[in-house]
Write a protein that binds this ligand. Structure first.
Ligand SMILES: [Zn+2]
Length: 419
């Protein structure tokens, strides 16, 4: 296709011809026969963004879904109240997840019809293997005659209708791509091979359109009460021996300190990552920079939490530690490799929210948290343009080369020397 009058990040206005990649740039390109044309009218054209830390399945099931299990919903009265007041999602369905029999027994279509007769309702059991549909929902998926509306995932009769057309993954995909994200890294620690395969299949079918990247099996969430330097060191060394990088989830200072010590002791793999790094004491900036420089550690962080939970931090975290929260600028300044992400659905999944937070660092009430950690808009954007496997390296496709990538960050040059 041909994009006419697009503005690149350096201000150049140009036409862009696209095939599998960018084929031609220049003013006054003429559309070929049958070539699609998009008139950009001077709008900015960016490479697709990559969100370097998300949880796809959790995000899909959280979407437009009410949670109808304990502790939030634990009685039949609470369930009835929630369902009868529920607003359907954009597709007209009421979806709910997390159901358990302790709430209102073995639900069936009749029980749901009594509460919601005219809007399609589907409730997923918390096992993930059973759905209960009301009569309206059964009609929508072509199962009007179903005896009780209790559909098991193993039952092939309905799965096409429900999973392919009504799936949450397709809606999630629409929302993600609408923000300009064309690739995501699923950082879920317990993601099994089956989960990965089902996501890859959804991607191939076109149901989930962003490119998928998975972290290697070396993923671990550190917990303050289970911090054991020796066993963590052994675990890292074992993965490295198999040429697998590790991704350590660190949200406290204690976790970060142990992670740094373990990485030092075990040695580095060029693709090692620290996820979150929610708290980085001053002393650890140089440690992270050393690991980054020597081995290739990358910090994948989420400043969007400043914009989402900042007021809570201001209330709960001692003032002396406020400057250690969700750092970005001081990491860059110390020459630590950094990339941004949203942690969707635990963080808001919009990368522009994360970029704004990285630039302004304002809490919901408008207080600036960690003013020294603000970065420029260009830096914030660039940290969403990295390669899926090397998040701090701007992708070397032509789009990046001609646009944001040129600004592409001193990290790019540094890597250039090393490799
Ligand atoms: Zn996460």
């Amino acid at each position: 296709m041909l994009i006419q009058r697009a503005t690149l990040l350096d201000g150049t206005v140009t036409d862009i011809r696209l095939g599998a990649q960018i084929e031609e740039l220049g003013q006054g390109l003429v559309a070929g026969k049958g070539e699609g044309v998009l008139y950009a009218g001077g709008g900015t054209v960016l490479p697709g963004l990559h969100d370097h830390h998300v949880h796809v399945r959790s995000a899909a099931s959280a979407l437009n879904s009410f949670f109808v299990g304990p502790p939030g919903v634990s009685t039949k009265a609470q369930l009835t109240q929630l369902l009868s007041n529920a607003t359907p999602g954009p597709d007209g369905w009421i979806r709910a997840v997390g159901y358990h029999e302790s709430v209102a027994g073995e639900l069936d279509r009749a029980a749901l019809d009594a509460v919601v007769p005219d809007v399609p309702v589907r409730i997923q059991h918390r096992s993930g293997a059973l759905w209960i549909l009301n009569s309206e929902a059964l009609a929508r998926v072509g199962l009007t005659e179903h005896p009780d509306g209790r559909l098991r995932s193993a039952d092939r009769g309905w799965s096409q209708a429900l999973q392919q057309r009504e799936t949450d993954l397709a809606e999630l995909s629409r929302r993600i791509t609408a923000t300009g994200v064309t690739g995501v890294t699923d950082a879920t620690p317990d993601l099994g091979a089956e989960d990965m395969v089902s996501l890859i299949v959804a991607h191939r079918r076109g149901e989930f359109r962003p490119r998928l990247h998975f972290l290697s099996p070396g993923k671990k969430i550190l917990q303050d009460d289970h911090l054991d330097l020796d066993s963590l060191t052994d675990w890292i060394a074992e993965h490295h021996r198999a040429d697998r990088p590790v991704a350590l989830h660190c949200v406290t200072a204690a976790q970060l300190v142990v992670a740094i010590a373990a990485l030092r002791a075990a040695g580095s793999h060029p693709l090692d990552r620290i996820e979150h790094a929610a708290v980085v004491p001053d002393d650890n900036l140089a440690d992270l920079a050393d690991l980054s420089e020597l081995g290739g550690l990358t910090v994948v962080t989420q400043p969007n939490f400043v914009a989402e939970r900042g007021d809570q931090y201001l209330a709960d975290v001692p003032p002396a530690e406020h400057s250690q929260l969700w750092r970005v600028a001081s990491l860059l300044k110390a020459e630590v490799r950094v990339a941004l992400s949203t942690d969707m659905p635990f963080g808001h999944g919009d990368p522009w929210t994360a970029m704004r937070a990285a630039v302004y660092r304002t809490t919901p009430r408008g207080v600036v948290l960690g003013a020294d950690e603000c970065v420029s808009a260009r830096e914030a954007l660039t940290m969403f343009l990295g390669r899926s496997d090397q998040p701090d390296r701007v992708r070397a496709d032509r789009a990046a080369g001609h646009g944001a990538g040129r600004a592409g960050c001193r990290h790019g040059r540094r890597h250039g020397h090393r490799r």
